[in-house]
Design a protein around this ligand. Structure first.
Ligand code: THU
Length: 137
C-alpha cells in the first residue's frame, strides 16, 4: 500500500484541523474537517455543513473534494490523499457516499482517518472495493 510521507500527512492533518472550526453542525454537534492533497501537491479543505432539512447535509470530505474540483484548472482532478478529523477525536471513517466520491478521483488515494485503533491510512480501494463506475454501452 502506498504510504504518505510524514511531512505530507502532518500538513494535511493540520489543514483539516484548521478548517474544523468553520464546521456548521448545530444539529449533530459533530464538527468534522477534511483536507485533500491533489496529485500536484495542492491542498484544499472542507467542513461539514448541516441543514434543518437533515438529509441536505454535506460531509467534510465531499465539501473538500468539491472545493478542489471547483478551484483546480482544467483536466480531471487526481487525489493523492484525504485526511479527516473531528472535534471530539472519536473514530470517524468516511461514510459510504464520501468513499464513492473519493474513488472517482483515484483508486490509490490514501485516506487518513481515526479508527478504533487510532489514526490509520488505507487506500480508497481498500475502503471501498467494487466502487461504482459508469459503463456506457
Ligand atoms: N460527517 C462528516 O462530515 N464526515 C464523515 O466522515 C462522517 C459524518 C458529518 C455529517 C454530519 O454533519 C455529522 O458528521 C454527523 O453525522
Amino acid at each position: 500500500m502506498l504510504k504518505l510521507a510524514a511531512k505530507d500527512r502532518e500538513q494535511l492533518m493540520q489543514s483539516a484541523r484548521d478548517i474544523l472550526r468553520r464546521a456548521y453542525a448545530p444539529y449533530s454537534g459533530f464538527k468534522v474537517g477534511a483536507a485533500v492533497m491533489t496529485g500536484e501537491g495542492k491542498i484544499f479543505t472542507g467542513c461539514n455543513v448541516e441543514n434543518a432539512s437533515y438529509g441536505l447535509t454535506i460531509c467534510a470530505e465531499r465539501s473538500a473534494i468539491f472545493s478542489a474540483v471547483a478551484n483546480s484548472a482544467g483536466g480531471k482532478l487526481s487525489l493523492r490523499a484525504v485526511a479527516v478529523v473531528n472535534e471530539k477525536e472519536v473514530p470517524c471513517p468516511p461514510c459510504g457516499a464520501c468513499r464513492q466520491v473519493i474513488s472517482e478521483f483515484g483508486a490509490e488515494t490514501v485516506v487518513v482517518f481515526k479508527s478504533e485503533r487510532g489514526y490509520e491510512e488505507l487506500t480508497i480501494a481498500d475502503l471501498l472495493p467494487s466502487s461504482f463506475k459508469l459503463a456506457r454501452s
